[in-house]
Write a protein that binds this ligand. Structure first.
Ligand SMILES: Cc1cc2nc3c(=O)[nH]c(=O)nc-3n(C[C@H](O)[C@H](O)[C@H](O)COP(=O)(O)O)c2cc1C
Length: 349
């Protein structure tokens, strides 16, 4: 590996040192001054975990399955666009790291490498495809058929990226244009303007046209969660896009707490992401009722530091931290993660 690291924060530092300045700022950037991105971390820190001592936990079990497909842990890869900026093979390389980690990787229409190319080089990787609604329904149908042909395990529709947001961190560089760096084999989405014209009927349309599980990504309110479920979503993905799209101030943790308070049904799965950098962060999200926890930027730090080996290392570190935190916190398996093992008063103030 080009840059060896032992912690995620070390990977982040090394990735910054070995990246083009503009590229790294583009990766780190979030909407406006990045308040919402920061809040994901701040709210995770406000939550305390109540440990259970003398719990006789030797080998905690955190393996799980994603819609019937076994994965090594609930830690999954969130979709990220433009990955060939960070490594010449981008998504193809990341998918290799995902396979070695035995998890699921979300890739998508904003990516640089086509789904066919990712699959060609990664025959066995567990992949899901994410569609931005940047085309008409025929184009969306084409994405669905391609996902099915390429044996994706699910289709995600990302609903929180209507137009490009203002991100001070990359805007202030004036000249950086992500599209100029790194190769592309994925087609450019035909019409981003159409994202402004769709409503919840789009989810019903996707659901009607595939037998794959449908995931709606970018949910932050109870109202939108209910609309997604009513429209047929098999899973909702609580996310503020790592704070990149809308400086709303709602952290993923706040959204998850509220949602679990108001919606009691367990008929749908919950994925959450935003600010996961430590094993204890994962325990917090799982204890609040998430089934899967996504990581975004850290996977790119791993990619920059060491290609697929770097991506694999990121997952390995997080799983190692999850394991030790489970032993020290007294969590035997995934069913031990319960809200009553948390102290929430600071985040609920
Ligand atoms: C560089 C970058 C590109 C992203 N591109 C996409 C994308 O194409 N589709 C999508 O649904 N989310 C995208 N996201 C959001 C991630 O899926 C995820 O929600 C977020 O990164 C999680 O926060 P974290 O980076 O703190 O882990 C992107 C995030 C980053 C940092």
């Amino acid at each position: 590996m080009k840059n060896k690291f032992a912690t995620l924060r070390q990977a982040e530092n090394l990735a910054e040192k070995s990246s083009r300045k503009g590229t790294f700022k583009w990766l780190q950037a979030a909407a406006e001054d990045g308040y919402t991105h920061k809040k994901n971390f701040d709210d995770l820190n406000k939550i305390k975990i109540l440990p259970k001592q003398l719990a006789k936990i030797i080998r905690p079990n955190y393996s799980t399955n994603f819609f019937g497909s076994a994965i090594s842990s609930p830690i999954i890869l969130s979709p990220m666009g433009h990955q060939t900026q960070f490594h010449s093979l981008g998504e193809v390389e990341v998918a290799k790291g995902v396979e070695k980690s035995n998890t699921i990787g979300f890739f998508g229409t904003q990516g640089r490498m086509s789904l066919d190319d990712i699959r060609k080089k990664n025959k066995k990787t567990k992949i899901a495809w994410t569609i931005f609604p940047f085309g008409d329904k025929n184009w969306i149908l084409k994405q669905i058929r391609s996902s099915e042909k390429n044996k994706c395990l699910a289709i995600t529709i990302c609903i929180d990226a209507n137009i490009r947001s203002h991100r001070y961190l990359d805007r202030e560089l004036l000249s950086y244009d992500a599209r100029k760096y790194g190769k592309r084999t994925n087609e450019i989405s035909p019409n981003p303007q159409l994202a402004l014209k769709y409503d919840w009927e789009l989810i019903r349309f996707i659901k009607k046209n595939t037998t794959l599980p449908v995931i709606v990504k970018g949910i932050l309110t109870v109202e939108d969660a209910k609309s997604a479920i009513k429209s047929g979503a098999d899973a909702i993905w609580i996310s503020n896009h790592g704070g990149r799209m809308f400086n709303s101030g709602i952290s993923s943790i706040e959204a998850l707490i509220e949602l679990k308070k108001k919606i009691k049904s367990t008929k749908f799965k919950i994925i959450v992401d935003g600010g996961v950098r430590r094993g204890s962060d994962i325990i917090k999200y799982l204890s609040l009722g998430a089934d899967f926890v996504g990581i975004g930027r850290p996977a790119m730090y791993g990619l920059i530091c060491g290609g697929h080996k770097g991506v694999e290392k990121i997952f390995e570190i997080l799983k190692g931290e999850l394991k030790t935190a489970m032993i020290n916190g007294g969590f035997k398996n995934l069913t031990s993660f319960k809200k009553n093992r948390l102290k929430l008063d600071e985040v609920q103030k």
